[in-house]
Design a protein around this ligand. Structure first.
Ligand SMILES: Nc1ncnc2c1ncn2[C@@H]1O[C@H](COP(=O)(O)OP(=O)(O)OP(=O)(O)O)[C@@H](O)[C@H]1O
Ligand SMILES: [Mg+2]
Length: 328
């Protein structure tokens, strides 16, 4: 049975650009799909097609079982959308914005008021509720836009980069809200540049680049496919590099790479923490003094990098320096 969001062979071109080049998607009911991809990959275009805002050149799409191309109005009634480009009315207050959405969805004005109150609290906007949105900061607008998408609780939600520009605390709160929604049965398609966000929220991940799906699976499956664990050792003195190399060659399961300046050796391993203990013992036995040693598992960032050839956008709590370690 097709999922709550189902697309086959979506193609959308803008002049020479094939923004979508035959995209298939399937999101089972009650799950979260994380749609990842570098800038310009086609994520927003996919969301716009699935939410009836844009007609594809070819392909088919169904949302909540309804044909997106044939019955766009019905689809619109079953979905919530929060966009990369906020749809907030600048000249209304936060509260009025939310009440207006409720009324658009034919809530009674009493229900719309009550719902707006709850959402303003939940998104830390209660204090600013009666100011016009024009006076809001970027993060406040973002939160208002998300709150607007949640005025009614539609069975299927689309969120295009929901937490871009939010500070860590607001991001965390939004994640909690999303988890509640999904626990209540909502199906969600989410795009994000924060791989940590996909890791935490998404059941399945789909990576697109140049309008094509280049990988899909759970976060764990993608990490496993990228390559396994590795051990990184920093030795104390340069003349310890060679003895350390021979220990790691024996215990690791692949080629040892050495970054001489930082005295760091890296080797692929299998065996996890137990092997780590053995490596420490052997290095000690060879008289090698260790400044630092770590077992590294691939992160979703590593997956993204190896699939697309470039890193996801650095964010405020990422550490891009981490990924620039030299190899000899
Ligand atoms: N209305 C449009 N007219 C012309 N080109 C467009 C239009 N919309 C999107 N594109 C192009 O289609 C491609 C995909 O754009 P899209 O916005 O879907 O990318 P994205 O994955 O959402 O990127 P980002 O991470 O930057 O948000 C890009 O090359 C973009 O320039
Ligand atoms: Mg986009």
């Amino acid at each position: 049975m097709p999922g709550a969001i189902h697309a086959e062979g979506l193609v959308k071109t803008f002049g020479d650009v094939r923004a979508l080049d035959g995209v298939d998607l399937d999101v089972p009911e009650g799950t979260v799909l994380g749609l990842l991809g570098p800038n310009g990959a086609g994520k927003t275009t996919a969301v716009r097609v699935l939410t009836t805002l844009l007609r594809p050149d070819s392909g088919a799409a169904f949302v909540a079982g309804i044909d997106v191309l044939k019955k766009p109005n019905e689809v619109r009634r079953s979905i919530g959308l929060s966009g990369q480009f906020a749809a907030v009315d600048e000249y209304l207050t936060g509260r009025e914005n939310l009440q207006m959405v409720g009324q658009l969805y034919q809530m009674s004005s009493r229900d719309a008021k009550a719902r707006a109150g709850v959402l303003l609290e939940r998104f830390n906007l209660a204090d600013a509720a009666d100011r016009t949105a024009k006076t809001y900061s970027g993060g406040m607008r973002r939160r208002l836009d998300l709150a607007a998408a949640l005025v009614v609780s539609p069975p299927v939600m689309f969120m295009d980069e929901p937490t871009t520009g939010l500070d860590p605390r607001n991001r965390q709160q939004l994640w909690d809200v999303i988890e509640d929604l999904v626990a209540g049965g909502t199906t969600l398609l989410l795009t994000t540049q924060y791989l940590e966000e996909a890791d935490r929220l998404a059941h399945d991940i789909c990576v697109i680049d140049h309008g094509k799906v280049i990988a899909r699976g759970t976060s764990d499956e993608l990490k496993a496919r990228t390559g396994g664990e590795r051990v990184e050792v920093v030795v104390h003195r340069p003349d310890e590099i060679e003895p350390a190399r021979s220990v790691l060659t024996t215990l690791g399961k692949g080629e040892v790479t050495v970054a001489r300046l930082s005295r760091k050796l890296t080797v692929p391993v299998s065996g996890g923490a137990k092997l780590l203990a053995e490596i420490i013992r052997e290095l000690d036995g060879s008289g090698v003094e260790i400044d630092d040693i770590a077992l590294r598992r691939p992160t979703l960032d590593d997956v993204f990098l190896s699939l697309t050839g470039h890193a996801a956008e650095a964010d405020e709590h990422g550490d891009p320096e981490d990924k620039k370690e030299e190899t000899p």
